[in-house]
Ligand binder design. Structure first.
Ligand SMILES: Cc1cc2nc3c(=O)[nH]c(=O)nc-3n(C[C@H](O)[C@H](O)[C@H](O)COP(=O)(O)OP(=O)(O)OC[C@H]3O[C@@H](n4cnc5c(N)ncnc54)[C@H](O)[C@@H]3O)c2cc1C
Length: 459
């Protein structure tokens, strides 16, 4: 048994050394990377990963437990993430972002989530939900005005889609925007909005043509000051006095949540809010479609976050079972434990392929909606399984707040709900499958009409 362990250890060390050498030579450009993720990752990606990991180890890991307990938003660390450029990773440099690809962004979100999901969702919700709709659908003037403070991370952005009566059925929006001369008057409320309190720039949907179904929904850019101006001043981050704040926009009380407790989730209320017509985002009537497209990309982010949670819990469990002894040997030596961890590692590897592949498709301008839904579905359910398994192999210790896995389990649950529940992901994937069947050349052309319908529904 001892000799077996020694041989296994030797094998692992040798494999690690070879991998490090290969990565080193690859960085020097003399050898192709043979990391399992070589198809996706360049040396720049790996450097970014390492930079974020060092920051997370130094600044996030020591405070994650306390922030979870107090449900306090990480002001100081968010300022630091902004200074590192992490709040604008895929936004072009001309607008104040890092100008990197979407895969870089996914890597950042994954790496942060290995240490704390609340920090990770702050980056993810701000980038894909709050900022990217302005980049994708905004006018030149809107991009010049609103992207620099968002991409540089000076202030946080948010995305207002969900309402009390419009959750999974987000086409059921009731918030109303009525045109009044060169303005729109907005009334209504959004619920569960990430950054509704701390954030300052929001994109939100409202009905402009009540008779037109989802094609009567438009989207707007709306600004309100952060709820904690005093803190913003003290920290020196999170507020820009020159933004076009509208009267009547306010945030509700912070939600007391099971997980993502340090993330800021509140109602966003609109009471007789007048916004100028140049705050209309995209064409009138395109708000719903544009927000669905935004969610497609957002799902890669939640997939990456879930993946990070699974990987973080796995690492913690792996370390623990190699230290803890029972029945005179390491817990790792029980085959049932090894099998459980082997399954976790295999699933994490599979999830990583799904997330990186979806990001890789997006970076190449290829359709990625189905793959993003698959990545989000698989990885969010994996995060739940992996965090529960991590607790199980760690026994009572895993159930206490001495270790991060119980927090990670609570953080994982929302990944199966936010940005489209698992049930909705299965619907999205199913619709793509039908659309693909209809576009299969062997299916007779008489079905072209229903094919178009399916494609429209999934867009
Ligand atoms: C922490 C947190 C942060 C969030 N951040 C944001 C944000 O920043 N912006 C934003 O707009 N929203 C946000 N949300 C809202 C989130 O996107 C919604 O909660 C989610 O889409 C589900 O909607 P719901 O809660 O209304 O559930 P419901 O739609 O009421 O669903 C209840 C159950 O019914 C199932 N169900 C519903 N329809 C179907 C169907 N057709 N087929 C099968 N099952 C179905 C669901 O899967 C679910 O299991 C956030 C939510 C939370 C909790």
């Amino acid at each position: 048994m001892q000799a077996g362990r020694a041989l296994a250890l030797l094998w692992c060390v040798a494999a690690r050394v070879v991998r490090c050498l290969r990565l080193m030579f690859a960085r020097l450009g003399s050898l192709p990377v043979t990391d399992p993720m070589e198809r996706y990752l360049t040396s720049d990606h790996i450097n970014l990963q390492m930079q974020v990991r060092r920051f997370a180890e130094e600044a996030i890991a020591p405070v994650a437990r306390e922030l979870d307990e107090t449900a306090e938003f990480p002001w100081e660390n968010t300022k630091r993430m902004a200074e590192m450029g992490l709040l604008g990773v895929p936004i072009p440099k001309e607008f104040g972002g890092l100008g990197l690809d979407y895969l870089s962004y996914a890597l950042v979100v994954e790496e942060l989530a290995k240490f704390d999901a609340s920090h990770s969702i702050t980056v993810s919700a701000h980038t894909t939900l709050g900022t990217s709709p302005i980049l994708a659908f905004g006018t030149e003037e809107q991009k010049r005005r609103f992207l620099p403070p968002l991409a540089s991370g000076e202030v946080l952005g948010g995305f207002g889609l969900t309402e009390p009566g419009a959750g999974s059925d987000s086409g059921g929006t009731r918030t109303r925007a009525v045109r009044e001369g060169s303005n729109y008057r907005i009334n209504g409320s959004k619920i569960f909005i990430t950054h509704a309190g701390v954030g300052e720039i929001f994109v939100a949907t409202a009905v402009t043509d009540p008779g037109a179904g989802t094609r009567g929904i438009s989207s707007f850019i709306v600004c309100k000051p952060t709820v904690d101006l005093e803190r913003a001043e003290r920290v020196g981050w999170g507020h820009r006095a020159d933004l076009p704040f509208s009267e009547g926009v306010s945030a509700g009380e912070k939600e007391d949540k099971m997980g993502w407790r340090a993330s800021d989730t509140r109602e966003l209320l609109f009471q007789d809010v007048l916004v100028p017509e140049d705050h209309l985002l995209g064409e009138e009537g395109r708000g719903f479609i544009n927000f669905m497209k935004t969610l497609d990309a957002g799902r890669i982010g939640v997939g990456a976050l879930s993946l990070g949670l699974a990987a973080g819990a796995f690492q913690c469990a792996l370390k623990y079972v190699n230290q803890r002894e029972q029945f005179g040997k390491k817990v790792w030596d029980f085959q049932q434990v090894q099998f459980r961890l082997s399954d976790m590692a295999t699933e994490i590897e599979a999830g990583r392929h799904l997330v990186y592949h979806a990001a890789w498709l997006k970076d190449r301008g290829a359709p990625f909606s189905k793959e993003a839904a698959m990545a989000k579905l698989y990885c969010s359910e994996l995060a739940m399984r992996a965090t529960l398994d991590a607790i199980q192999v760690m026994g009572g210790a895993g159930y206490t707040s001495d270790y991060p896995v119980e927090r990670m389990m609570r953080d994982a649950k929302i990944c199966e709900i936010g940005e489209g529940t698992s049930e909705i992901q299965r619907l999205v994937i199913g619709r793509h499958l039908v659309a693909e069947l209809m576009t299969d050349p062997i299916v007779e052309t008489s079905k072209a009409g229903s094919r178009e319908a399916a494609v429209v529904e999934t867009s």
